[in-house]
Design a protein around this ligand. Sequence first.
Ligand code: ADP
Ligand code: MG
Length: 225
Amino acid sequence: LMHELHKAEKFSAISQLAASVAHEIRNPMTTIRGFMQVLQGERNLNDNQNLFITISLQELDRTQTIIDNFLSLAKPTTGTMAKIDLSELLKETIDFMRSYSHLANTELVEAIDKKLCIKGDAHEVRQVFINILKNGIEAMPSGGSIYIIAKVDRDNVRIKFRDEGVGMNKEQLDRLGHPYYSTKEKGTGLGMMISFDIIQRMRGRINVESQEGKGTTFTILLPCE
Ligand code: ADP
Ligand code: MG
């Protein structure tokens, strides 16, 4: 059974709300970090106390990194709509992901037409490609390939990512892109939400087809420049 999904508007508001929450969390975190550092400077701490403070500071920094990453992804668009050579951007991004892909015993196979141009923020578009490639790689624990095809389709550029991974059932596909929906132990469940939001703001479309045990195909349409 094959499931298909068209994603729409609702994610934009959610991700803006999430970004403002993330921003609010930064200030109290700074306070906590300051006090932890004061404690760390205390003399006469025993080994356990030292260890706990060190771990607390590390965990605070980890939290900060997650928030920073999230904010940089979800930041309200600067409205940057520059001309992008999508062919180059896609190739660069695939090359960037190659070492990660090799480590996971997977292969990235590309067929990208030249001089495909769109309008948008290159950083954001790259983020979408990274999220999809990363998910594809993570969906193939015993190896496989992701096939990436990019070409013109009427007034759009069409980019297809097909993986040979575990796939999703209808219920999972419905939840894809909802904030914090993740089936991974260390997942954030934010990658797809942010990606859908970026494509939607660019007036593009993203479509997901999946078959459990067979794989998943993401198709992105973005208006040609
Ligand atoms: P995360 O990767 O942190 O879990 P995402 O928003 O990127 O968050 O993805 C949400 C969930 O959607 C994943 O945990 C996974 O269950 C599912 N998913 C996303 N992409 C794929 C894919 N290519 N194949 C199978 N499942 C996927
Ligand atoms: Mg992900």
